[in-house]
Design a protein around this ligand. Structure first.
Ligand SMILES: *Cc1c(COP(=O)(O)O)cnc(C)c1O
Length: 370
């Protein structure tokens, strides 16, 4: 599908009932994650034309609030939905920045292609994010480890129950203040090996960031919690012995010789922006990073022999999280009270430092929003 996009100007309809400075301060004092939303939202609509093209139009900032959707809207029946996740950080001088948004815009379009949704021009993605953060800039917290989490998403809004790609689509961005994920201490998490369930299959949507993958991960996530774990590890859906990723984070292994290994993009793994940033930062340090198959057996043996010294997960929301223990039916690898490793902590500090302006951004990853 091809679309034309003329210069889209975001019109602004400001909220008549924004939160007062006091209400906002109370929320920002303890925002948690994904619980509170800012006063506005960015919206752009798409309408397809008969020739298979179409256009994005009606770019606007409007008050945050419920969406009016026809009950027959495609997203409600066939799950035609994709999303992104990125953050805005307040730097010491008060300016507001985001991290590699072009990578999120590109990934949104890869997801869109797989879900038969229209391509969104990168400029529209960046303009939407920028317009929203500018109007809601006071919602960007300034505390240590805090940020404004941005959630762009695209949904099929056309009212039609026949099974085909929708011809009416909306792209939206909402924003939610996020506290320090770990409240100071970085405690390693325990991970449950999902044997019965996969989040993705051969030729499926595993490499796309879509709601359906998350729906598939919720039952195994409950299973993980019932087994005393915080997260699920998914194995490759073909042979069931290679490590893929967690429900929403990629995985890295640190070896005794200092080298790093992360599962190669198999077609069913989501390519994280954090994953690619960690690869780059490790290479900058002269470390060898290999993207390859790594099996559960290699993990088990590596931890037992001491060859694997650290394991961590990474993604935008939690940045970098050490993995202490891997648990499956009748087995445990590692230890629940392991300490976060040196390499894990050091890469985490560097990445957070770049994002928050404390460490020099040598790769040009930051983009100013306000
Ligand atoms: C979003 C996501 C990640 C992490 O991607 P980042 O761009 O680093 O936030 C990893 N795995 C899955 C399944 C995801 O949806």
């Amino acid at each position: 599908m091809t679309q034309t996009v003329s210069e889209l100007e975001f019109t602004q309809q400001l909220s008549a009932t924004p939160k007062s400075a006091e209400e906002r301060a109370a929320i920002l004092a303890n925002p948690g994650f994904g619980k509170y939303f800012t006063d506005h939202t960015a919206v752009v609509d798409f309408t397809a034309t008969a020739d298979g093209g179409g256009s994005w139009h009606d770019a606007r900032i409007e008050p945050y609030g419920p969406i009016s959707l026809d009950p027959a809207a495609g997203v409600l029946h066939y799950g035609q939905e994709i999303f992104e996740g990125l953050k805005a950080y307040r730097h010491a001088d008060g300016s507001v920045w985001t991290f590699r948004p072009e990578a999120n815009a590109a990934r949104l379009n890869r997801s869109a292609a797989r879900l038969a949704l229209p391509q969104l021009p990168e400029k529209v993605f960046l303009d939407a994010v920028t317009a929203l953060v500018k109007v809601d800039a006071e919602w960007v917290p300034s505390g240590d480890g805090e940020s404004l989490y941005l959630r762009p998403f695209m949904i099929a809004t056309e009212a039609f129950l026949g099974v085909r790609a929708a011809r009416e689509v909306s792209f939206r961005v909402i924003a939610s203040p996020a506290g320090n994920y770990f409240g100071g201490e970085l405690k390693p998490v325990s991970i449950w090996i999902s044997r019965e369930y996969a989040r993705a299959g051969r030729g499926g949507t595993g490499a796309a960031k879509c709601g359906g993958n998350y729906a598939a991960s919720l039952l195994p996530q409950i299973e993980a919690e019932q087994n005393g774990c915080q997260q699920v590890l998914f194995l490759d859906p073909f042979n069931n012995d290679a490590i893929e990723e967690l429900g929403g984070m990629n995985v890295f292994f640190v070896f005794k010789d200092g080298s790093l290994v992360t599962p190669a993009l198999s077609g069913s793994i989501l390519e994280g922006v954090t994953r690619s940033s960690v690869i780059q930062l490790a290479k900058d340090r002269g470390l060898t990073v290999t993207e390859r198959t790594i099996t559960l057996d290699e993990w088990r043996d590596g931890v037992a022999s001491g060859d694997i010294t650290e394991v961590f997960a990474c993604g935008t929301a939690a940045v970098i999280t050490p993995i202490g223990m891997l648990r499956g039916k009748g087995e445990e690898i590692g230890s629940a009270d392991a300490k976060a490793g040196e390499v894990t902590l050091s890469i985490r500090e560097q990445l957070l430092g770049i994002q928050t302006g404390a460490v020099e951004d040598t790769h040009g990853w930051l983009r100013r929003l306000a």
